[in-house]
Design a protein around this ligand. Structure first.
Ligand code: EPZ
Length: 416
């Protein structure tokens, strides 16, 4: 089991290049299933979830080739319309193969994703939407069995904003007969990036980025070449880290316009942030001020940045109220922070964080991807040595994070 050893108290200074967005790359990789032509993707991050998705596609018969941050996929000879439990259990985003397989091949067998550390995370809205488009779906010994001679356009209202639900249904609708309207659709930038890629492949999509997406089905999709958007959560994680430790960092290959809510909160915390179209400069030279926040679907404050802001608030001046409205169990990082000396109380879906003068290093355990990032930030500010255990969670969603932090002057190393 690999760990990170961090000696805290050093400011972060220098330049860091942001990688491509995991949560845009994952649905876009599945979009390759929709086309008999080649899909060439650039700026694909090098992280474990991407590797898992490529394995999943390969066992379906999609040919994949990786050259650094470029991935070339060819689904001309897709032979196995299935996503087995062995792979799905390690990455719930595998559910994103369901819509494309149904649309292109009329059938699919995808293991029902189990629960996850941060919540039950059902996929009922994915299934309901596909049934509205004419799919026959049953659950058999843990697998979703789906079939549809030809999906039909439908008017679908999703009563909860679901990111991958919107993505799954949007992909399925690209080859359905007629028009599909997705109401109460997710507006996340990753949904927009997927839509832009699908349009390059020949799809007819309007309204992406708003809460009503309209898709007019076409007969087939062709080859395309797409550059994945920068990862806004990796960007936010580095911005929160510098605000917590103090320092002066330039983030390149970024997309500041996808982070308004996060940048606003960091400015409230006292960071000086200036942006251009693809760069962000963050300077922090004082103890951060406590900031209240409430997670909600885009463009509001993202749930994937909640844990990182709890770490920031743990050493901030003042008391912060942090409310998590998306997932029912996304405070598992709190008990680990308390081991470092944080003063946090949980009341239902709200954490009350009383900023401490300092944290003291200890051994802590990562429980999920963003909780790991939170513990890394805490380790960077804690006095002494912090060991973050179970960092396989971190490797799922961050591209060489300790290498990037080392280059910014952090005292951090990976140990076995
Ligand atoms: C996506 O997950 C992201 N993952 C998550 O990022 C992110 O936290 C989440 O969106 C919210 O922004 C990917 O894009 C691969 P949802 P997703 O469907 O799509 C409920 C990370 O750290 N719901 O938007 O699975 C659900 O339980 C990960 O990178 C249903 O009830 O999230 C949740 O409470 C973690 N039924 C809420 O909706 C459904 O059919 C939002 O979930 C679908 C969702």
């Amino acid at each position: 089991m690999q760990k990170l050893r961090i000696r805290g108290g050093k400011p972060l200074c220098g330049t860091v290049r942001i990688s491509g967005a995991k949560n845009a790359a994952l649905p876009i990789l599945c979009a390759a299933i929709l086309s008999a032509g080649k899909l060439t993707l650039h700026n694909v991050p090098q992280l474990n979830d991407i590797g898992t998705m490529l394995k999943l596609l390969e066992q379906m018969g999609v040919s994949t080739r990786r050259e650094g941050e470029t991935v070339i996929l060819d689904a001309a000879n897709l032979t196995n319309a299935a996503a087995p439990y062995g792979l799905v259990k390690t990455m719930r985003a595998s559910i994103l193969a369901l819509g494309p397989l149904l649309a292109r091949f009329g059938k699919a067998r995808v293991s029902l994703p189990g629960g996850c550390a941060i919540g039950a995370r059902p996929v009922d809205l994915h299934i309901k939407g596909l049934e509205a488009m004419g799919a026959i779906i049953t659950i058999e010994s843990g697998d979703i069995l789906a079939s549809a001679a030809k999906l039909k356009g439908a008017h679908i209202f999703m009563d909860i904003v679901t990111v991958t639900g919107t993505e799954n249904l949007m992909m399925a609708a690209t080859l359905a007969e007629g028009i599909t309207v997705l109401e109460n659709a997710a507006r996340e930038p990753e949904v927009v990036d997927l839509a832009e890629c699908l349009i390059k492949m020949g799809a007819n999509i309007h309204g992406h980025g708003s809460d009503v997406i309209t898709v007019t089905g076409v007969a087939s999709l062709q080859f395309a070449d797409h550059t994945v958007m920068p990862d806004r959560i990796e960007t936010g994680t580095f911005l929160a880290a510098v605000t917590a430790t103090g320092g002066d960092v330039h983030l390149t290959n970024a997309a500041p316009r996808t982070l308004d809510a996060v940048i606003e909160k960091l400015r409230d915390a006292g960071a000086t942030i200036t942006t251009t179209s693809d760069e962000i400069h963050v300077v922090s030279n004082a103890r951060p001020k406590a900031v209240n926040l409430r997670t909600a679907p885009y463009p509001a404050f993202p749930t994937d940045m909640q844990a990182q802001f709890i770490a920031l608030n743990a050493i901030a001046d003042g008391t912060a109220i942090v409310t998590e409205t998306i997932f029912e169990n996304r405070f598992m990082h709190v008990q680990e922070l308390v081991r470092l000396g944080a003063k946090i109380d949980i009341e239902g879906n709200t954490a009350i964080v009383a900023g401490a003068q300092k944290l003291t290093g200890a051994t802590v355990m990562a429980t999920d991807l963003r909780a790991s990032a939170c513990l890394v930030i805490a380790g960077l500010v804690a006095e002494g040595e912090t060991i973050v255990d179970r960092i396989y969670h971190l490797d799922r969603g961050y591209d060489h994070i300790e290498t990037k932090l080392l280059a910014l002057g952090a005292d951090i190393e990976r140990i076995n």
